[in-house]
Design a protein around this ligand. Sequence first.
Ligand code: SF4
Length: 654
Amino acid sequence: MCPRNCYDSCPMLAYTSHGRIDHISGDNLTPGAYRQLCSKSNQILSTVYHKDRLLYPMIQHGRGTGNWQRISWDTAIEIIARKILDLKERFGSTLPLCLNKYSGNFSLLRNACEGMFNSLGPTTQTIGTPCFSSGLDAQKLDFGGNITSQTQTLVNAKLIVLWGVNPAWTAIHTMPALYAARECGAKIVVIDPVRTETANKADYYIQLRPGSDTALALLLLCRLHKRHALVTESDKITGLAEFLKGLSKIDQSKLLAAVDQSEEAIDFLTGLIAAHHPMHIWAGFGLQRHLQGGLAIRLIDALSMLTGNIGIAGGGVNFADRDAFQLPRFIEQRRNDTRFVNINQFSHTLQTLTDPPVRLLWIACRDLLTQDVGLQELHALWPNLELIVTADKFLTTTAQMSDIVLPVTTEFEDLDIYTGYFQQWLGINERAIPPQGETKSDLEIARLLTRRLNELSPGTSTFPAHLTDEEFLDRELPESLCQTIGIKNWRQLRKGAIKVRKNPVAWEGQHFATSDGKFHCCPIPAKLAEFLPSEETPFYFITPHAQQNINGQIHARRKELPEYPIVYLHPEPAKRLGLSESCQVILWNQHGQLTGTVRFDKTLPPDVILSYQGSSKHGTVNALNGGRVSDLGSLSTGAPGVALYDVLVNIRKK
Ligand code: SF4
């Protein structure tokens, strides 16, 4: 399966000859649209054979000096093992050992990183996700879980609302289903602060003020209530009377001002929703990356439920699908005394950990020094770390600031299981080619370290290093679990990926997974969080996904990227500030600054600056992010989410 942390999780095939992959393609056995991979997939193969790929372990003499020396795996493991034992003895604890890992690869056996750390005793580890935790919690509270309706059900929709999502770039395999729905008479509305490619293809487009999704959802509910278009009685809903009472007390003029839309636009959208049934809403991740992002999703859920659109073909609110089945996660060797640190507050929290402090940092599946928020703090505490180990495929920004880099295998060089988070795919990646150079999987690294630690100090690690890859998968996907998803055992996945959810309609029959089996209305907020430009920071800073890469997965095409991020803004404010096309600028706020190159975009509102994630060789949009905590997330992921998109900046010529 495509490993790219993407909505679509496409099943794919690799064709080999003489020990090399010639090309990759979609899998002809999967339904129509998925038979072709998107253009981003071109980079997957070039990653495998890229000349800059890390192929052997290295040690850096002087962090950040670039004075790298190739070392053997034995030497690398020896240095790490001895440092682990040294810290354990000096501090009388394994808490100074810290793992920071995220989503560069969502495969199951990569969780050997967690397993290896947990086998040592209580360690410090990151928890939570910067991606979608507020929205996950929102739907857990409302419906009891996270389920999406399958895209083929869209042909039944009469109205499709793409709210803060740009599938023409980020989920291209959904586009045929959207076109098919339109052929069958559906109207498509895009709500987004950015006039995206999807917006250009839609029937209607609402350019929303950034971060005002909560206000818009609330306003639509108020207007629909006034039109008697919301249910007022239902034995499937908890908290309905109070919710409706709350709606009737809201000052709608404030909401209208917050969304910055005309009365006509709101009336028109209200009318569309009232007149079209079923209505499907696809709520993107961006709209819950705000201070009240969880609330925004909860109100959108209520908008759908109270207009009778949940549990029917063509209806529903698609956000994420994570509840089809639960893996035992045997490989993680979970324990209840881990010292967890919110991944979104990593640098803030690390500063406060003194009893004992973190002294060894292991980074896997992410480029921490570009992806973290609070980068200034992170750089400040870097010298306190006695050993920094990065396991990666490339010499990323983080790897360049590490002591040891461990080269890891790609998805084509290991056996592993992959699951999607939206399209309900479950698939297996078999080893298509041998590991390139001296690369090793995270699982193999865990085995090597476990063995050496136990040689040096017997009993240090309890990680089951004797198990083969297949034996780990036997434990993760026992036959009893496989039967619940329609296969006899995981080996059957060798014939092709499967959809783990059989019912294409989410919450069909309105049978919910909440404690009372009903939909739960959220409390109506007394006040909405205000996040408005000021004199010091007069621009919203929006940082959506780029068309050709996902987050920081840029290394295979790094050379073709500009030195600094392209910064898009409307020509009118640019002219006022004396900024010309292609001029170099500094963006700044209280969290940091970023160099960029100006490009004009007349489709942007005059108070918005946009830059795509991972779109340059140098600089990261996260340098301007304070990483404020969002309203929900702990229930699903163990830590609240982050208001990644509540960022205001100023701009000047460099
Ligand atoms: S759409 Fe996503 S999952 Fe499919 S090939 Fe492209 S990047 Fe991979």
